[in-house]
Design a protein. Structure first.
Lengths: 321, 253
């Protein structure tokens, strides 16, 4: 039913992003013919990795002009490929880059794009996207009225599951429009980062105002390190300059759905809730018994985080060593 | 310099937003308000115009006729004109049909710079600019938190999943700004009084090249999956042990 599916494989520093591989695994599970596409410079080696996650063919667009992660030249590559190979479905994992590629491709191909999906299922012989809307108060069944169908999935919507296959790697044509090359990357500075990013992490430890001061994040960092996870923050503390914006979860930050989300000193306002309520398990530590976070936490701990967290970190470390 | 700012009138959040089960569209019967996210590109446009010393700021929108009330807030902030594409044929327009209508309105304006906010406040969409830039065949930069216009080019700094990008594009260009880029001004009393007298134009679908077809549809609305009842404990000194036991039970450690 999915027909012939193409998955956009985003990569960074020599590895395909976990989110893209998760979408690839989902496509493989839906069945039909599944291809991937990688666009960049010096990225031939990445093609083979995708075979292990369910792609039978990986198209590689390797060109110096694709070195910077800019969307418009990628729209050119994908549009040529979709037209030449007749893909019915094109899937993307949410990112700053992928959202722009998906919307540009939709306009180029006059194709429908459903975004912010958490699942894609076959219902009554048609593909249906599942999209939580209005602060996740309603789950919308989103459909397409024509092909190709384009879909953009929330971060962490699917697990990257290896299927053990091997992909045939083929070269994709690179013919770029003049206007696609007008925007240029002047500089790319990499953020200092240890451990996984919050989009990729299976475990997130998030801190809010209840930490008391910027130095309070040390408690979150220690626990995240012990759990092999990443640290996230609420808008309030990002606005206050306690933690970088790249770690912000919520309405104006990122939407994450890790297996485990530990909310530390976070009240759980709706603006934060919409960014993390898709998490598998939510554990909250807050001294305020009336904090809204307790209404949707799987385990709510009313207590002093300065007491609970160091001890928890110690216990996790002991268990892991 | 002529700057077009694309904005959206959204139902006032204070009334609570809902989807009409009959039409499966957002209920827009409430009071329309300018999306908070869109006050940031309006502010940025006004700052650029003030820095250059002359120019024009035009707000461009698509929506029901009463959306003009919301656009007046942008005029009260200091924008010079408002253009609203409003037509029954565009009701329920999806991303694709909206991009076509907005691009059609922008083609009539031939602005040097087109600005967008970072996302819609009601539909959570965050990619319309890319579809509009594609239709205009112009370069686009998204998620910009620092913007400079220098001679014939625009430079945007932004934060991505991996770090910090600095991207430059020649004008005309499309730029979507993050809400961290500035603090929008409040309209002055004089601005509010003067807003009604500023030019406000309503365009039909035919004026912008005809209504495009939507390629997506809302098939059904369902309640969100319920989370199971959570467990609650008060820390009596054993909370850390209980958390570890809970995580082990769920095979999370």
């Amino acid at each position: 039913m999915a027909g012939k599916t193409l998955v956009f494989l985003e990569h960074h520093e020599g590895a395909v992003q976990k989110g893209s591989l998760g979408v690839l695994a989902k496509a493989a599970q839906l069945g039909g013919e599944v291809h991937g596409v990688v666009a960049g410079a010096g990225v031939h080696a990445l093609g083979e990795e995708a075979g292990r996650y369910g792609a039978s063919t990986v198209w590689v667009a390797d060109d110096e002009r694709l070195a910077a992660p800019l969307p418009q030249p990628r729209v050119d590559v994908l549009a040529s490929l979709v037209r030449a190979e007749g893909f019915d479905t094109v899937l993307f994992a949410q990112s700053v880059l992928a959202a722009d590629v998906a919307a540009g491709l939709a306009a180029r191909l006059d194709a429908g794009l459903n975004w912010d999906l958490v699942d894609l299922v076959e219902e009554g012989g048609a593909l249906v996207g599942k999209r939580p809307a209005l602060a996740d108060s309603v789950l919308v069944d989103a459909g397409w009225t024509s092909q190709p169908r384009l879909a953009l999935f929330r971060s962490g919507a699917f697990d990257a599951v290896e299927t053990g296959g091997a992909a045939e790697v083929r070269d994709a044509a690179v013919e770029l429009e003049d206007f696609s090359l007008r925007a240029e990357m002047v500089e790319q500075a990499h953020a200092e980062q240890q451990g996984p990013s919050i989009e990729d992490a299976d475990v997130i430890v998030a801190g809010g105002r209840g930490l008391g001061e910027p130095a309070g994040f040390k408690l979150c960092e220690d626990l995240a390190q012990a759990l092999g996870g990443a640290v996230a923050a609420t808008r309030a503390v990002v606005d206050a300059g306690w933690y970088p914006y790249s770690a912000q979860v919520g309405q104006t930050g990122k939407t994450v759905s890790p297996k485990l989300y530990v909310a530390v000193g976070i009240s759980g306002a709706i603006q934060h809730k919409v960014g993390m309520q898709g998490s598998g398990t939510i554990v909250a530590v807050n001294k305020d018994p009336n904090a809204p976070i307790f209404e949707f936490a799987d385990l709510g701990v009313v207590g002093d985080l300065h007491q609970v967290l160091p001890k928890l970190t110690e216990l996790v470390r002991a268990r892991r060593s | 310099m002529k700057i077009a700012v694309c904005v959206k009138a959204v139902p006032d959040a204070s009334g609570g937003r809902r989807i009409d089960p009959g039409t499966r569209r957002l209920d827009r019967s409430g009071e329309p308000a300018l999306s908070d996210y869109d006050t940031h590109p309006v502010e940025e446009a006004l700052k650029l115009k003030e820095a250059v010393g002359d120019g024009e700021v035009v707000v461009v929108s698509m929506g029901p006729a009463r959306a003009l009330d919301a656009l007046r807030k942008a005029l009260a902030m200091g924008a010079d004109r408002a253009v609203l594409v409003s037509d029954e044929a565009l009701e329920g327009a999806d991303l694709l049909a909206t991009a076509k209508a907005i691009a059609g309105a922008l083609e009539r304006e031939s602005a040097d710079l087109v600005l967008f906010g970072q996302q819609s406040a009601d539909g959570d969409g965050a990619c319309l600019w890319a579809a509009v830039a594609e239709r205009l065949r112009q370069p686009a930069i998204s998620q910009v938190s620092e913007l400079t216009v220098d001679g014939g080019s625009v430079t945007g700094k932004r934060q991505t999943e991996f770090g910090y990008d600095t991207i430059r594009a020649p004008l005309p260009a499309v730029v979507a700004v993050a809400d961290s880029i500035n603090t929008p001004r409040y309209p002055s009393l004089k601005g509010i009084m003067g807003a009604k007298k500023k030019p406000q134009e309503t365009l039909s679908a035919a004026d912008v090249g005809g209504a495009g077809e939507s390629r997506t549809s809302v098939l059904a609305l369902n309640p969100p999956p319920a989370r199971g009842e959570g467990r609650r404990i008060e820390d009596d000194g054993s909370a850390a042990d209980q958390i570890v036991a809970f995580l082990a039970e769920r095979r999370l450690i």
